[in-house]
Design a protein around this ligand. Structure first.
Ligand SMILES: [Ca+2]
Length: 280
């Protein structure tokens, strides 16, 4: 508060009263529109499921019972572990948070992917954030997966694709102590809501994933840009006459454009990147 008063006095002394007021008004509006609408959503009574259960003490409901000491635990030899939650209705989802099992084996969470969407089939739904990295996969870790842009969802899920780079197929388990979600009180803005799968095919007609879990190892990118979304990065490539491929990391917001055909791409393993090729 003291710093704020000094700042105000300094600004007033400079005669920038109007500019100061505009900035304060902007800050107030930003806080109201950008933050206060995201609220915790009660999961009491919401149904849960998981692909397999290790034993009777580790049922899917243990991930939403409000007790950090209990956890859901998928079973051994599960070809594609998943856990999912039915919100019971459609909501504008902004954030999924998971706390991992506290006493052991956090690394088993590597590659876990958070999703949200309107179908109970997790594989169809929108991914929120990127698959979990080794730094996120530690015992007791709290991991937040942002749905940006927000997604209209009834179903929330985590799953592990055992074929992802960095995932040990013999150690792919979901051990979720507590899952929580936050939703926007407003309706999802249709201009920012992710395109549903049927129309995503139209968008992806311009580019396609070439190597998941890899970045470009080729020297000399055309450019290195910041991009919040895959479509933004792809848009940079589309506008560049010599761009034939690109890699993108949503975690880092990095977008590298290359004048390299798919057959000449030199992939380097990096779980937080995906290499894409532009379609002819
Ligand atoms: Ca629990």
């Amino acid at each position: 508060m003291v710093l704020l008063k000094r700042f105000v006095r300094r600004r007033l002394f400079r005669g920038d009263v109007d500019i100061l007021l505009v900035r304060i008004a902007f800050l107030c509006c930003f806080l109201r529109d950008g933050q206060s609408e995201l609220q915790a959503f009660s999961l009491t009574g919401k149904s849960t499921l998981q692909s397999t259960t290790h034993s009777g003490s580790y049922t899917s409901q243990m991930a939403t019972d409000g007790n950090l000491a209990t956890f859901a635990h998928t079973g051994p030899s599960d070809p594609h572990p998943w856990w999912k939650l039915d919100l019971g209705g459609e909501h504008c989802l902004g954030q999924i948070t998971v706390v991992l099992r506290r006493d052991c084996c956090g690394f088993r969470f590597i590659g876990a992917t958070a999703r949200a969407g309107l179908t109970s089939d997790y594989a169809v739904n929108q991914r929120c954030g990127e698959p979990a990295t080794s730094s996120q996969a530690t015992a007791g870790a709290t991991n937040i997966f942002l749905c940006d842009p927000p997604v209209v969802a009834r179903w929330i899920s985590f799953d592990i694709d055992r074929s992802l780079p960095g995932v040990n197929p013999n150690e792919a388990y979901l051990q979720l102590a507590e899952v929580s979600v936050k939703v926007y009180t407003r309706e999802c803005d249709p201009t920012t809501t992710p395109v549903p799968p049927t129309t995503f095919k139209l968008r992806s007609a311009f580019f396609a994933a070439l190597h998941k879990g890899y970045k470009m190892g080729n020297p000399g990118p055309l450019s290195s840009d910041s991009a919040r979304r895959l479509t933004q990065c792809a848009g940079y490539c589309m506008k560049h006459s010599r761009c034939f491929s690109f890699d993108f990391s949503r975690v880092h917001g990095q977008c590298h454009l290359y004048s390299v055909n798919a057959s000449d791409v030199q992939p380097v393993e990096d779980v937080e990147f995906v290499i894409y090729e532009m379609m002819p």
